[in-house]
Design a protein. Structure first.
Length: 482
């Protein structure tokens, strides 16, 4: 703290925050690729639709189990290069190898057990990378105004990349491969995403290195004992902020991951609307509206009013947008949406409102994790960012792992028992309501859980100021003891 009692925050240069935030875009890139696992599992490795979805769910559970193990390894990792950078690089390399095996080198095997083993390797790499990545925002800055800026960059990159990839997929790769999902398309997408993610990792490592924050002294707490499973259980049992964030984050992710599955895009745009290319036309408009919302409204509200208030506000906005889209789709001839000027305009407005509020909610949600890490240091004297991240990831993955299974079961109920939906399939009433439930209903239910959880989330703006002041005093005393 400064001499007059004001909190002395650790602030970073603007370009350091911008480059470091590139790390958070990498999981999004590979999640986009892995949404095709059900297709490749059924069409290449010989699994039934339900079995492929169940394998993905089981793999996600395995993913959750690996989190605490790798987190404990990370908490005990001591190198002169810190923790975040080694974990990120190792994780990225493992992911890259696994997706090349899955989509390029091993499809000829045609065996379900090969698919399972490769998917498990991917999960291990994804977990290692995720734990390293989660350290970055916590170590880069504790300034309540800069943390939303970091996530503003994260959301900006994610929005641009995901929308540009949607355009590339719908306008370039799909026509190139006759609008059929298959190995040639998956191979092209695999190498594209590996190259793009490598650039993102390199930029993040450069920023972290220049900021000189990924060093051994950063990870020192009041206790000198090595972190154990008992410490992880204590965090889950007593950290109320983490408990409520897990409920909010896991329910949101389950809904959003369900809605973002490739099969849902095919059902909504290819079958319900009858024009799959229309999705690529929307991507650029949606991206611009989303970036305006995130850069000029969402992150500023978080910086001025605190994360909790901002999250509640944008969650309500997201629920309103989802409800409005459902009533619109239920009241019109959906096959006329791209041929009727009025219907097209209304759909675009509602679609952009859904996208913008969803990304705004995400933008103000992610900074809660560094706040929870600081709260745990305030509560127990332990600075255990990997444990906090893994505890959240473990519970989050247990719930969100159900996304592929939910999709597989629902589409099986409407007749897709051995194949997944294709853009050329006919529209029926059961298919319409299945698509609406997966696309709009699941995210709505997730957001409702968030509203309830935030009623009991303790980290208001005022509470975080108290926490940062106390933590600054604690770190000063630890430094004086050396």
């Amino acid at each position: 703290m400064s001499e007059n009692g004001a909190i002395q925050y650790n602030r970073r240069k603007g370009w350091e925050l911008a480059f470091a935030a590139c790390a958070n875009t990498v999981p999004t890139l590979f999640v986009i690729l892995m949404t095709f696992t059900t297709y490749i599992g059924t069409g290449v490795y010989g699994a039934t639709t339900v079995l492929a979805g169940t394998i993905v769910t089981g793999s996600r559970i395995f993913d959750g189990i690996t989190d605490p193990l790798i987190a404990l390894f990370a908490e005990r990792l001591e190198t002169r290069f810190g923790r975040a950078r080694p974990l990120m690089l190792l994780g990225w390399l493992t992911i890259a190898v696994s997706v090349i095996l899955m989509f390029v080198l091993c499809p000829g095997a045609g065996q379900v057990w090969v698919f399972i083993l490769i998917y498990m390797l991917y999960i291990i790499g994804y977990t290692i990378y995720g734990i390293g990545m989660q350290l970055v925002p916590a170590i880069m800055t504790n300034d309540p105004k800069q943390r939303p800026i970091y996530n503003r960059w994260t959301t900006t990159y994610t929005t641009i990349v995901s929308n540009c990839l949607s355009i590339v997929l719908a306008a370039t790769l799909m026509p190139k491969h006759n609008f059929k999902y298959g190995l040639p398309l998956f191979k092209d997408l695999t190498f594209l995403l590996i190259g793009l993610s490598g650039v993102m990792v390199a930029l993040s490592v450069i920023a972290i290195t220049h900021a000189k924050v990924d060093v051994p002294t950063t990870y020192v707490g009041k206790t000198k004992q090595r972190t154990s499973f008992r410490d992880m259980w204590d965090v889950l049992r007593h950290n109320r902020a983490l408990q409520m964030y897990i409920i909010a984050g896991a329910s949101d992710k389950l809904g959003l991951q369900t809605a973002s599955q490739s099969a849902i895009n095919v059902m909504v745009f290819g079958i319900v609307i009858g024009n799959y290319k229309f999705m690529s036309s929307l991507s650029m408009v949606n991206m611009i509206v989303t970036l305006i919302m995130v850069n000029f409204f969402a992150s500023r509200l978080a910086g001025n009013k605190g994360m909790k208030r901002a999250l509640v506000t944008w969650t309500w906005a997201s629920m309103v947008a989802l409800a409005a889209m459902f009533f619109f789709m239920a009241c019109v001839d959906t096959l006329s949406i791209t041929t009727s000027g009025v219907l097209t305009i209304v759909f675009i407005v509602l679609y952009c409102a859904m996208g913008a509020t969803k990304m705004a909610t995400s933008c103000v949600s992610h900074p809660c994790v560094p706040d929870i890490i600081d709260y745990e240091f305030y509560r127990s004297g332990r600075y255990v960012p990997s444990v906090i991240g893994a505890a959240y990831s473990f519970m989050d993955k247990m719930v969100s792992s159900l996304a592929s299974t939910v999709v597989a079961l629902v589409v099986a109920l409407v007749g897709y028992t051995s194949t997944m939906p294709q853009a050329t399939d006919p529209l029926t009433t059961p298919v319409f309501y299945a698509a609406m439930f997966l696309w709009l209903g699941m995210p709505f239910l997730g957001y409702l859980c968030t509203i309830i959880a935030m009623k009991f989330y303790p980290l208001t703006k005022e509470k975080m100021e108290e926490i940062q002041k106390a933590n600054a005093e604690t770190r000063a005393s630890l430094k004086a003891e050396k």
